[in-house]
Design a protein around this ligand. Structure first.
Ligand code: S3P
Length: 178
């Protein structure tokens, strides 16, 4: 592995951002979040980007952003849940670093995503069913891209971070503060 980054992928509500932040603190790495960077760059939030320009445009921004991250190191990168959908993004994610997929039971995911309304793809008549369908469509993609998949259903954020550190220990040379 040439680059020392940890890349977190996984469905909405798997905890990529909060666990990523926690992990970055432990490793003394910089934390970045692709959604956050897109929002800053576009000057609008995600529902606005989807409403004004559509999902395809958002995916273009996401792919361009991933490209621009090549060459970065010592980062924990949290990514949007749909980043694996574009085929071209998948090798790119692997190129960026050690890829960890976070997952959880559908029930837990639904509970977590129900807390806010900033995910346009789940603003449907039956969000529970939409989540189920999308999750079924994407699950294999997350597993295919990731070096390791961690089920967060029954774990605390601290436990997830520790598990990632253990899995990544072969590629991370700096001493994490445990
Ligand atoms: C999306 C997930 C979101 C965000 C956008 C689309 C998806 O990110 O990128 O709403 O297609 O799953 P989170 O996984 O951080 O919620």
């Amino acid at each position: 592995m040439s680059l020392q980054n940890i890349v977190l992928i996984g469905f909405m509500g798997t905890g990529k951002s909060s666990i990523g932040r926690l992990l970055a603190g432990k490793l003394r790495y910089q934390f970045l979040d692709t959604d956050r960077l897109i929002i800053e760059h576009a000057g609008m939030n995600i529902p606005e980007i989807f409403a004004r320009h559509g999902e395809a445009h958002f995916r273009d921004l996401e792919s361009a952003l991933l490209e621009s991250l090549k060459g970065k190191s010592s980062r924990v990168m949290a990514t949007g849940g749909g980043i694996v959908v574009r085929e071209g993004n998948r090798p790119l994610l692997r190129e960026l670093g050690f890829v960890v997929a976070l997952t959880a039971s559908e029930e837990v995911l639904f509970k977590r995503v129900s807390r806010n309304t900033n995910r346009p793809l789940l603003q449907t008549e039956n969000p529970r069913e939409t989540l189920r369908t999308m999750f079924a469509q994407r699950r294999d993609l997350y597993n295919e891209v990731a070096q390791v998949t961690i089920d967060t259903t029954d774990l605390t954020q601290e436990e997830v971070a520790q598990s990632i550190l253990q899995h990544a220990s072969t590629v991370i040379s700096s001493k994490p503060s445990l």
